[in-house]
Design a protein around this ligand. Structure first.
Ligand code: BTN
Length: 246
């Protein structure tokens, strides 16, 4: 399957590709892997109600439509996993080693190179629609919004990278990985996700509602729950937003 087989909606400027893709899907029936791409987002959305900064024309800001109705809501974390791995793979092809900071931030060293915002629609016991929003810092070198620790491909390679080629490559990887959960073949995805986690090995500081503690990553449950083992040997389980890396 080539990217060109699917509709690409390009906008020079819009508020948020996630919002635009939602609007389009409400108006008409469009196929999986339809893409909304923005030259510039004026109100890019990040996780936890944050905004997503992206300089005009410099980065990849897209939303991709999936209809993973073969997945139950309990398995929706597979979408996060395959999107994260696809990003890791395209960066690896550029000789950039990256890691997945649980649940789905993409990091190079201690800096964030990409963010993912997935908005799912659940109907009955299936995932009827998944809006996969991806912001990958490609050629931007000055970040103004006070984002904590951004980095771009250009920061690392010292050269411009073509945004359209990057999208095409990302879609290819994503289509390939999507076959995993579609065919019920999820072991390799689980393995790749776990193996490529940021701070996978060793004891690090974390913070939850009760304060800071030291722990190591023990596992990620199918639902996406992060399982930590603290230095006292206690096992702690966290959903997204319940714990942070310090
Ligand atoms: C994060 O906070 O890490 C998630 C950032 C996701 C940003 C992307 S950019 C394209 C898509 N449209 C949005 O409004 N947000 C996502």
């Amino acid at each position: 399957m080539k990217k060109n087989d699917f509709p690409l909606y390009f906008y020079d400027s819009l508020e948020s590709t996630n919002e635009k893709l939602k609007e389009i899907t409400e108006e008409k029936d469009i196929p999986e892997f339809s893409v909304v791409m923005a030259g510039h987002q004026t109100a890019g959305k990040g996780q936890e109600g944050n905004s997503w900064e992206s300089e005009k024309g410099k980065n990849l800001t897209v939303s991709i439509l999936l209809k993973p109705d073969f997945l139950s809501p309990a398995n929706q974390f597979y979408i996060s996993k395959i999107v994260s791995i696809a990003l890791l793979w395209i960066l690896k092809e550029l000789s950039i080693e990256s890691k997945i900071k649980w649940p789905n931030d993409i990091y190079v060293g201690d800096k964030k190179i990409a963010g993912i915002l997935i908005e799912n629609k659940i109907m009955g016991n299936t995932l009827s629609e998944s809006i996969v929003g991806i912001g990958l810092n490609v050629n931007q070198q000055e970040f103004l919004s006070g984002a904590k620790n951004p980095v771009s491909i250009k920061d690392i390679l010292n050269k411009d990278v073509d945004i359209n080629d990057t999208l095409e490559n990302l879609l290819e990887k994503l289509m390939f990985l999507y076959k995993g959960p579609y065919e019920g073949e999820t072991d390799t995805i689980d393995e790749a996700y776990l193996k490529n986690l940021y701070r996978r090995e060793g004891i690090f500081s974390f913070r939850d509602i009760n304060g800071e503690f030291q722990a190591e990553i023990s596992d990620i449950e199918t639902s996406g729950i992060l399982v930590l083992r603290d230095t006292k040997g206690n096992v702690r389980r966290y959903a997204f937003k319940e714990v942070e890396f310090v």
